[in-house]
Design a protein around this ligand. Sequence first.
Ligand code: ZN
Ligand code: ZN
Length: 333
Amino acid sequence: MKALRKLNDKQFTLVTQPLRDVAANEVLIKVHYAGICGTDLHIIDNEYRHRTPVTLGHEYAGTVEQIGASVQDVEIGERVVSLTAVHTCGVCGYCQQQTPMLCEERQSIGSFVDGAFAEYIIVPEHAVYKIPEHLSLQEAALTEPLACAVRCLVERGAVRAGDDVLISGPGTLGMLAALVAHSQGANVTIVGTKMDEQRLKEASTFGAHHTFYTDDKEQYIEQFDVVVECAGNEYSANDCIAYCKKSGLYIQLGLFGKKIPFDADLLLTKEISYTNGFATTPRSWEIALQLLETKKVQVAPLITNIFSLDDWEEAFQTMRRREGYKTLFQLEL
Ligand SMILES: [Zn+2]
Ligand SMILES: [Zn+2]
């Protein structure tokens, strides 16, 4: 099968490789759509932990093609998505507390085990979630990044109805955060730079009531109960500390990929609470799928670029140029 693999620190390319056998507890999934994530770029650029050689891709939706001998709750032909942290020890405190992404022995698809930028992916049965009936496979491919936003804003941050929430960084992750905040009844504002003009014009599609440019930041200092940093850069992070009210909440959703200067004293003197989220829990997936099923969150407008795996170079260039929002590979017509 075709697979887009990171071979070593320098080589990332499309290869043809044999499909391995499915173990008793595993499920073979035919990938229909797989999304490119900022994390994939960090892996290609050697800024995020991974092992090589490995097939990248951790955001996907597909159909079950084959099941192992002991698989009980998944059937051939079912439409499914799966958890990212597919292998964990199962016995440590983190695993026991349903936070498998914190397990020391965690191995996630697309970084330590072969991921979804391929015609097929193999994952253990316990990681598999069924896609709600009325949700398309295309939309379902965004369950993983939505679950990341849910982890930060709902599970860790507990954004509430009536909260004035600021999203900094109107990329795909920022718009997902806006959608999640809106689904919780918050008043959502999005801030971006002049480069984000088009995105800010589309903000209402993603549940935002108001937008502003970083150039106008002075009038927005200390105006928000909750600030969500989604841009993953130091300017956005420090502006977010400024935008946050005293005793407000700062949520870190973006990944910086490096160490940054951060005004911890301002965080302290304003008594701002700080939280974040690292990937997802099984609960994040359940909430994300519920939000999609009930249409409290609609991700379709975020799907702007679709490529075949053969056109992977163009797909990644589109992503790096920040054109549109989510770039998906379509593997199955
Ligand atoms: Zn991702
Ligand atoms: Zn563990």
